[in-house]
Design a protein around this ligand. Structure first.
Ligand SMILES: [Zn+2]
Length: 155
């Protein structure tokens, strides 16, 4: 049974219709974060992984020990996506504050990636915009390539 249906059944006689729709909107939001979409995609392709290993620099979102690879699923705005438009739109109000904050995020990201590479990990970045529904097949292809034996042994 899907999570959505299970939640609906549990709520059936306990809440008003309005309360139910509010709760469901939260379930949906939690269920469709970019990170969860990437996990589902990888899982569907047969990869096994661990989550948020605290002992690794930057606490990577997804860790694939067998491939000695970590994956960060990055929000385009917060981490400065090089691809999509969102990243280029920095707030004009309090521009100094935002520039400092976002630059600091990106610098910290780079430090974490470097530290991971020094420990022998491969680092893959998946951008939020790659997890849009229409982009999922392409992302699947990319991850499959990145995790192929040739790619893994090359580095
Ligand atoms: Zn993006």
């Amino acid at each position: 049974m899907g999570e959505r249906r299970r939640v609906l059944l549990i709520m059936a006689d306990k809440f008003t219709k309005q309360e139910r729709s509010l709760i469901m909107s939260k379930v949906r939001a939690a269920d469709t974060t970019p990170e969860i979409k990437v996990r589902k995609l990888l899982h569907g392709m047969g990869y096994r992984f661990r989550l948020h290993r605290r002992d690794l620099p930057g606490k990577p979102d997804i860790v694939l020990p067998k491939y000695k690879t970590v994956i960060f699923v990055n929000g385009c705005f917060w981490h400065g996506c090089p691809v999509c438009r969102h990243a280029k739109i920095r707030p004009k109000e309090n521009a100094d504050y935002w520039n400092r904050k976002l630059d600091r995020n990106m610098r910290r990201d780079q430090e974490n990636y470097m530290a991971l590479k020094e420990k022998g990990w491969r680092v893959l970045i998946v951008w939020e915009c790659e997890t849009k529904k229409k982009n999922i097949p392409r992302l699947g292809d990319r991850l499959k390539n990145e995790l192929s034996p040739e790619a893994v042994s090359f580095e």
